[in-house]
Every structure is written in structure tokens, then in C-alpha cells.
Ligand binder design. Sequence first.
Ligand SMILES: NC(=O)c1ccc[n+]([C@@H]2O[C@H](COP(=O)([O-])OP(=O)(O)OC[C@H]3O[C@@H](n4cnc5c(N)ncnc54)[C@H](OP(=O)(O)O)[C@@H]3O)[C@@H](O)[C@H]2O)c1
Length: 306
Amino acid sequence: MTSGEDAVNEGAMQGKAVLVVGASAGIGRAFALAAARVGAAVVLSARRPDRLAEAVTTAGEAAGQPGRAEGIVADACDAGDCERLVREAVALVGPLDLVLYSAGSAPLRALVDTDADDWHGVLATNVVGANQVIRAAVGRMAPGGVVAVLSSEAAHIPRYGLGAYGASKAAMEASIRGWRNEHPGLRFASVVVGQTFPTEFGDGFEADVLAAAFEHWGRHGLLQSEFMTPEGVAGVLASTLATALAHPEVGVEDLVLRSPSAPVGPAPAPAGPVPGPATEAPEAGEPRKLSGEFSSGVRPPWVEPD
Ligand SMILES: NC(=O)c1ccc[n+]([C@@H]2O[C@H](COP(=O)([O-])OP(=O)(O)OC[C@H]3O[C@@H](n4cnc5c(N)ncnc54)[C@H](OP(=O)(O)O)[C@@H]3O)[C@@H](O)[C@H]2O)c1
């Protein structure tokens, strides 16, 4: 096939060697399943062996020909693990056509409450880990390979409670531009992902900080009335990256995946002092369809129980 013959070509994923870091849950898991379904040889990686085994089994059962799924337990915060992970992945499936770095973490804290351990943790996962995986992978990519990392709107627009996270994602995006500069021929993509649920990303968030954050985000027009699903995000990403694999002469640099829904309107006035400076409230968005809750049991204050 030559460029332009087939604009959307999920078949281009067939037989491709794909490594997904952060594949035991959320968007990474959904992406690994989607890639296996369209025939990729997928290596799934994460820290928790039980959750990883479940994802590998599910991806293997869903795999379309000649797709398959393998699992490697590794901690992206351990530089030795990153090197071993990529080496073992290549031994299993061959030179990598696609690496998706979906591992990510965030402390949800006001910056004044964000201590040195919080900073080290978020930078270790989102910046150092991503770079150590890429460092191990660049010499082991197939020609025309793609490395994609998941970033966040918080890298570009400050969000209450996610200052350290936003800084880490901004650093990750800057390092991706560095890789692109130093390794022409390979393709490096930053994918800004909007609010996606359900995933495990907010499982560690403290209920009171999350409630304050929802209130603040809503008041600043930063909370949309519908969240994307991990399956939806993964499906668009798998189709987009499959098409990119079919067109190695086209660079895919920055993608933004965000719910097209309207932002929710301002929350009812809170009883007590609210964190941060108030700005003009956005126009109320319709419809207000936000549903579900985080594991802490918190839901945005203007959302009715299901
Ligand atoms: N959900 C959202 O609304 C949203 C919005 C914007 C951007 N994002 C970004 O999208 C990515 C995926 O988010 P998600 O919501 O799918 O999160 P998630 O459900 O928490 O999944 C994160 C995955 O990363 C793995 N992981 C975490 N730390 C790791 C480490 N040190 N080494 C290896 N694996 C690690 C986790 O598995 P183990 O615990 O088993 O290691 C898990 O499989 C993240 O980079 C996040 O920043 C998410």
C-alpha cells in the first residue's frame, strides 16, 4: 500500500510489535486490548502481576489473527526494569513498531501541600520513567516506528490540585520534542487526553481535596459535562496510530483527545471558603450529564446521584 490509498487502515496494526507500558488498567489496558483485537503482537507491562495477568489473558482472548498478548511485570520508576522490559519485549515480539507510555500518576494536592516526596513520585513516573523506557527503546524500534506518550490538559492549563502533575506532563512533552530533535526518522507523539472515566487514576485522591478540586474546576470552566471512556480514547488512539504506521512518511506529533461536551456550569455557592482566586463563572453548559463517582465516593457537587 502506498500513502493515500487507504486513509483509515486498522489492518496496518496486523502483526505489528506493540509495547504498552501501564497496561494493567485504564486507557493503557483498553489500548492493549484494541491493538490485539486488530492483530497486533502486544506486550503489556505494569507493576501489579495479578492485574497484568488478567489484562494479558483478556487481550489474548480478544486477539484477532495474527494478534497475541504477552505480559512483563516492570516498574517504570526503576531504570533497570525499563531496560529489561524493552529487551524482553523485543525478544518476544521483535523490533518495536509502536510504544505507548500510558503509565502515570498524580498527587491531588494544592501546591502548598505538595512535599518533596510528592514531587519525586510524580516526576519519577511521568518524566523519568517515560524517558528511560524511550531511551531503552530507540535503538530497538522497527523502521518507521512510533513512540506515543499520554499527556494531559493540565500541562497547558493550570488546574487546582494538579500543579505538580501538570508540571510533570509539561516536562514530559518537552522531552518528547527533544527526542524528536535527536532521533529524526522515528516518530514521537504527545497525546493530550481529557477527562476519562472510569479508570484507576483518581483512586488515591483524598475525598475532601477532590471535592474542592471539582468545585474549583467547575467554577473555572475546566470540567466537562461528559467524560470520555477509556475504551473510546483507546479506540481513537489505536485507529489513529494504526493509520500512522501505514504512512511512515507522515509525522504524528501532537494529538488532543477531549470530550466534545459542554463545560458544566458554575457549582452552587459553597458554604465555606474556597481554594484559590475566583474568576468570572462560565456560562452554564447543557446538558449536565456527568455521572459516576470516584473510588473516594466523591461526585461533583452539582451532579445528582445515579
Ligand atoms: N483518566 C484521565 O482522566 C486522564 C486524563 C489525562 C491524562 N491521563 C493520562 O493517561 C494515562 C493513563 O491514565 P489512566 O486514567 O488510564 O490511569 P490508571 O487507570 O491509573 O492506569 C495507569 C496504569 O499505569 C500503571 N503504572 C502506574 N505507575 C507505574 C509504574 N511506575 N510502572 C509501570 N506501570 C505503572 C498502572 O498499573 P500498576 O499499578 O499495575 O503498575 C496502570 O496500569 C496517564 O499517563 C494519565 O496521566 C489520564
